[in-house]
Design a protein around this ligand. Sequence first.
Ligand code: NAG
Ligand code: NAG
Ligand code: NAG
Length: 389
Amino acid sequence: MKTTPIITTTLLHATHALAIVHPGLLHTNDDFDRIRNNVNSGTEPYLTGWNKLAARANSDYTPRAAEVVCRGASWCDPENYSDLYRDAAAAYANAIYWKVTGETANGDAAAAILDAWSSMLTTVTGSSDKFLASGLYGYQMANAAEVLRDYDGWAGLDSMINMMQSVFLPMNSDFLVNHNGAGPDHYWANWDLCNIASLHAIGVLSDNQTAIDEAIDYFLNGSGMGALNNAIWTIFEEDGTGKPLGQIQEAGRDQGHSLLDIALLGVVAQQSYNQGNDLFAVDDNRILAGAEYVFKYNTGNDVPYTPYSNSEYSQPVISSGSRGGIRPIAELLLAHYSGVKGLDAGWTGKYRDMTVDAGDGAEGGGGDYGSSSGGYDQLGFGTVLYRLD
Ligand SMILES: *[C@@H]1O[C@H](CO)[C@@H](O)[C@H](O)[C@H]1NC(C)=O
Ligand SMILES: *[C@@H]1O[C@H](CO)[C@@H](O)[C@H](O)[C@H]1NC(C)=O
Ligand SMILES: *[C@@H]1O[C@H](CO)[C@@H](O)[C@H](O)[C@H]1NC(C)=O
C-alpha cells in the first residue's frame, strides 16, 4: 500500500516550501520496491506484465532524434513525430528496466535516447497538432527522465531539463492560456489534459513549483475542457447502485478519445498524488465517476447521456465510434481507487480485465497496441507497475 503522505490541496497551497519528491511522477521509490519484489518473486500476473515491459526495453535501441519534430501539417517534410513517441516509449521502458534490475546496459540505453533528444531538439511544430505533441510526448519524456534521474551513469539530467523547459514547457503553458488562438471550448478535453500532464511533469522534473501550481490550478479551475469539471461535466446516479457516473466531454465524439481522456486524467492524478496532492479525491472522487462511465460503456453496457453542445459542436447522442477499444490505462485507476482507497471501481475492474485478457495476462505499453500514435498515447505496463492485489 501507499505510504506517501497525503496533503489536501488547500494545505499544499499553504505550504509551497514542501520539498518536491524524486522520483515522483508516475512512480516513487516505494513503488519501485514493490515492483522489484513482485518481479523477483516471480509472482503472476506481475511477471507477465514485467515480461511485456522487458520486451520493449531493448538496450540496443537506436534513437532517432531530430532538431525539428513536425505533427499534423501537410507541409511537414516529413511528418516525423512518430520518431519522438517511439523514442519516448523506449526511453521509459529502458529506464524502468534499469531502475528495477540495476542493469546498466538499459540505463545507458535510456540515457542515450534522452541525450540524443536533449542535444538536438529545438522545435516542435506542425498544424495545431503540435500542441498534442507538446503535451503527449512532453509528459512521456519527462517521466522517462524522472525515472532515470538517479542513475550515476547518466550525466545528461541538466541538459534534459533545459530542453524540456525550453521546448515543451512554454508550449504547454501557452496552450492552456491561449488555446492556439481559439475559444476555451474549441479543443477537446484531451488537448488540455496532455498539456496539463506535461506542464506538471516538467515542473517536477525541474523542481519548478510555479509550473506544478500552474498545472494544478488550471486542472481545478481552468477555463478549457481539460479542467476537471469541464472534462467530467455531468454526474448521473447509476440505476440500482446509486453510484456516480460522470459523462466525459468527448463521449459524443468517439470512444478512443473518451478513453484517452481517462488515461490522461489518471496520469495527472497519479503524478500529483506522488507529490502529496490528491487530485484523485477532488469533488467526491470525480475522476472515478468519469472512469466508471467510460469503462462501463466500453465494456458493452449502456450509460445515460445528456446531449452535449458547446459553441462549435452539438452531439445529441453518445458515439459508439471505436467503442471497446483497448488501451492500457485501467490498472493505474483501479490500483488507486480500489487498492489504495478501497472504493467500488467495478467497471474500471471490468475494463481492466478486458485489457488484461486481450494482452494474454497483463497490460502492455507503447508498441504493443499498433504503430500509430494512439498506441503510444499512454505509457501503460500497468499490471506490473501499479497493480496492488
Ligand atoms: C522532421 O520534420 C521537420 C519538419 O518537417 C524537418 O525540418 C526535419 O528535418 C525532420 N527531421 C528529420 C530527422 O527527419
Ligand atoms: C517555471 O514554470 C513557469 C510556469 O510555467 C515558467 O514561466 C518558468 O519559465 C519556468 N522556469 C523555467 C526555468 O523554465
Ligand atoms: C476550483 O475547483 C474546485 C474543484 O473543482 C472547486 O471545489 C472550487 O470551488 C473551485 N474554485 C473556484 C474559485 O472556482
